[in-house]
Write a protein that binds this ligand. Sequence first.
Ligand code: PMP
Length: 444
Amino acid sequence: MTSRDGELAAAIAAAESSYRDRHPASARAYERALEHMPGGNTRSVLYYSPFPLTWASGHGNRLTDVDGREYLDLLGEYSAGLFGHSNPIIQAALKQAIDDGLVLGGPNVYEASLAAAIRARFPSIELVRFTNSGTEANLMALSAVRAVKPRHPRILVFDGAYHGGVFYFRRGSSELNAPFDWLIGEYNDVEGVRALLREHGGKLAAVLVEPMLGGGCIPATPEFVTMLREECTRSDILLIFDEVMTSRLSPSGLQGALGIRPDMTTLGKYLGGGASFGAFGGRRDIMARFDPALPGAFSHPGTFNNNVLSMAAGVAGLTRVFTPAEAMRINALGERLRAKLNEMAAEREIPFQATGCGSLIGLHFCRGLIRCAADADRTSPQSQRAQDAAETLLHLEALNRGYYFARRGYIALSLPTTDEDCESFVGAVDDIFRRHGRVIEDLH
Ligand code: PMP
């Protein structure tokens, strides 16, 4: 351990001790949860050391923890919380749905309206079906394309991609991944991936790609997605855009912003208005295979696919709250926040950068252009540890100042967020760098 590592460890220990002092009720909630769930946790991404805050309530873009402390919510429920915690239009839609009765066991008055609103916003989606999560949406989309192309079992995905709990690809395929025949390419590697597609084309059913890698918020270059579209068309491979995270990045998703028409799209997160949600859709000839009136139709029965809470909140959210104008506004706010964070880090000469697109932001303790997951990694385990330590320190210090985002440096702005909120956050990060800049300025 270098003396710099020791200083970083001491700074983390001090921040952690102050965190423990401030959050006795969250500590107790964690202790109790530990007795009943592995690691006290039922959603891996929510764990961070020494223990996560337990939330008591949320209003607008503010969260209150069980110790009664208030936070600016910059996590936005990993982008599903786009509407904030108490949008009156969404609340009214949910109350109406509850008043009219749950679990009706048949088609309801909302689902076709939500399908119509989604089709209107994302023209590549000619027909759509709903699921309960983004994971399930990807599972259904992949199963469908594989059934459509039974002689082409392979699926191309990208290093660093996350498409759900059973679709995680970082330095290979995770041991929990669903058993598809995966081929893994490097994100934004135009020529390398073109070569892969030409080599494996005869075996590939589909390419599954996030138009911005959500892990790290690394946008695809226009050249990369254009190449994917051209090569998929050329070799008769289906192009699936996972827009679970990115569909909010323009009025018509990143596919609209990039001008690319995928064959299939998967959706999730905020499109259920804050209730559980997923959807897959795309080309009519593929989706029509799910028409249950047809002999040999693909089966997709899902008990909660059309649950009234997600359907009602989803329609209200997409048609009355997240209008195209609101999409432009919140993404412009994100661009301003990212630029300010980058200017501030450059002025302080901290090896830190904010990446991403619009209202989704990734924070990285490294210099240089990040075009794929490996670019954000450190070259040695020792420097990787230092980078992780810097992330931990920033996160704990931000929490201690009342700002909430993901430990891995992920921010998803929600609609109630203002320029003043962003400015106060930049001020807080600036203050953290002023205090600790010396121990993180020469991470290498
Ligand atoms: N795809 C992407 C790109 C995601 O970001 C996520 C969730 N973070 C998923 C799929 C999975 O969605 P869910 O958590 O709803 O299963």
